[in-house]
Ligand binder design. Structure first.
Ligand SMILES: Cc1cc2nc3c(=O)[nH]c(=O)nc-3n(C[C@H](O)[C@H](O)[C@H](O)COP(=O)(O)O)c2cc1C
Length: 160
């Protein structure tokens, strides 16, 4: 099997196929396995949205930022410093696991920022008080293969 880290692509087109419970469980395990700063696990929470009514609410609140994904991980943080770092690591864990499972997904920052400003909706999602939306991962069965650009040297890397 191709290394899922190398296989992962930003996927923004999804089929209507539901994600199986086994795959959702694997994605949840990937989230739970994410590292966090200073092992302060109380600084991060997530809401996994899969019900049609909540998917619709989140899409409506974020101007359809999640591309009709069948599962949206909304990562919340109660710490300004660790929040963006922890949540980014968690999103990547979820995205790599999705790639391993043959699913597709994408990091959603714009939608997360839109959702973060809607405090009533965030409260309804069930986050504990003090938690703000930090990042999201939108996951589904891929309806596109993603970019085929050469990824061997996308970033400048200095080796000393
Ligand atoms: C911090 C961060 C924020 C991102 N925010 C969004 C977003 O709001 N919407 C979106 O469609 N893609 C978003 N992306 C996905 C990037 O556009 C994508 O990862 C990038 O184009 C590289 O492509 P790749 O994921 O296939 O390597 C985000 C990625 C990162 C790392």
């Amino acid at each position: 099997m191709e290394d899922p880290i190398l296989k992962r692509r930003a996927i923004r087109k999804f089929t209507d196929e539901e994600i199986s419970q086994a795959d959702l469980d694997a994605l949840i395990a990937a989230f739970q396995a994410s590292p966090c700063g200073m092992h302060q696990t109380d600084k991060q929470q997530a809401v996994l949205v899969t019900s049609p009514d909540w998917l619709e609410k989140v899409e409506a609140a974020t101007d359809n930022s999640c591309y009709g994904a069948k599962a949206i991980f909304i990562i919340g943080a109660n710490d300004e410093a660790f929040g963006p770092r922890n949540s980014s690591v968690a999103v990547e864990n979820i995205l790599v696991e999705a790639a391993r499972l043959g699913l597709g997904g994408v990091y959603i920052m714009g939608g997360a920022m839109k959702l973060a400003s809607q405090t009533e909706l965030v409260k309804d999602l069930g986050f504990d008080p003090g938690f703000k939306v930090a990042a999201m991962a939108a996951i589904g069965h891929p309806a596109e293969s993603g970019s085929d650009e050469d990824r061997s040297s996308r970033y400048k890397l200095i080796i000393k």
